[in-house]
Design a binder for this molecule. Structure first.
Ligand SMILES: Nc1nc2c(ncn2[C@@H]2O[C@H](COP(=O)(O)OP(=O)(O)OP(=O)(O)O)[C@@H](O)[C@H]2O)c(=O)[nH]1
Ligand SMILES: [Mg+2]
Length: 301
């Protein structure tokens, strides 16, 4: 099965629930206020968000007029172009340094942090990198076990402490071990839930601080994992976590599970942080570096 085919399959729900509606609209209507109103409805319905939709359609109208576009098929092509422009055109690679790089992975419970770490480890290992995983979610015993199983499947080492121990200490140890073993990357899991929200945020701050002590310049990346199926809620999570630690990239998971993949456009438009990876399934090969051009063409072409 080809990679592109799998990628398209992963985005099937969004293509059917969102882009197919645009196609039907384009086939059924001439350029008119009604056409644009309906387009707005479709975009909002696909979680592009009200603010982003209004902004997007205004630009679309303006440019369609300037370019004297005659039919809705051309408007659809222009929409694709604008989407790619807004999504940023290029892939935003991870900031991996020459020596050891430390990547913290954060997010609320259940969004896909642990799975995404396994998938990232898999991708990096394929690229020939030596990867170490840190079991920084010490809140649940099952979390450590889950990560161990993934590490075994991928074939990378894991550093863990006992349940209930200090996650910052686990990560400190992992960074030291990585230095001693000459690893290239440490991927750090963190908890998504503690007894209270406040504790979690304080804990993440501490992890950030201690990581910098373990290795000057670290963390090199702080990835925030957001679940695409939670829609606009994902945006408020980004705000909350952004207050704790500077986020350097978004991993948007579970795009395969939603027809509202327009959330990609909202996230990219409203957050100052690039989407670096998207998750489109539960297996190891289902994390992809986010490429706006490929994304838009998988949806529209
Ligand atoms: N369909 C689909 N499922 C995903 C994807 N990413 C993660 N999942 C599933 O989401 C569920 C939760 O994933 P975890 O990786 O355990 O999430 P977490 O953020 O580590 O959760 P906590 O440790 O409880 O905070 C699992 O069943 C994963 O298989 C994805 O891209 N697509
Ligand atoms: Mg987890």
């Amino acid at each position: 099965m080809g990679l592109l085919y799998k990628f398209k399959q992963g985005l099937k729900k969004t293509r059917e629930g969102f882009v197919d509606k645009i196609d039907r609209l384009v086939k059924g209507k001439k350029i008119s206020d009604e056409f644009y109103d309906e387009l707005e409805e479709i975009l909002i319905g696909a979680d592009v968000g009200v603010e982003t939709t209004l902004d997007l359609v205004e630009e679309l109208k303006g440019r369609a007029r300037e370019n004297r576009l005659g039919d809705t098929e051309e408007v659809k092509e222009l929409l694709k172009e604008i989407l790619i422009e807004r999504l940023g055109k290029e892939v935003k690679p991870l900031n991996i340094s020459q020596g050891l790089s430390v990547i913290l992975v954060m997010g609320v419970n259940g969004v896909g942090k642990t799975t995404s770490i396994a998938k990232l480890a898999y991708l990096m290992k394929e690229e020939g990198k030596r990867v170490l995983i840190a079991a920084g979610d010490t809140f649940r015993a099952a979390a450590i076990e889950q990560l161990e199983i993934w590490a075994g499947r991928v074939g990378v080492d894991i550093i863990k402490h006992k349940i209930g121990s200090d996650p910052a200490a686990v990560i400190f140890d992992a960074v030291s071990a990585a230095q001693a073993r000459g690893a290239d990357v440490v991927l750090c899991d963190t908890a998504g839930r503690l007894h209270t929200k406040m504790n979690l945020m304080e804990e993440l701050k501490k992890i950030h601080r201690v990581t910098g002590k373990a290795l000057p310049g670290a963390p090199h990346e702080v990835l925030l994992v957001l679940d695409a199926t939670t829609g606009q809620n994902a945006l408020s999570q980004a705000k909350l976590f952004g207050e704790v630690s500077p986020i350097t990239g978004i991993v948007l998971t579970k795009l395969d599970g939603t027809a509202k993949g327009g959330i990609v456009i909202a996230v990219s438009n409203l957050l100052d942080v690039p989407i670096k990876y998207i998750g489109i399934g539960e297996s190891l090969e289902d994390l992809h570096a986010f490429n706006p051009q490929d994304f838009v063409s998988a949806l529209f072409d």
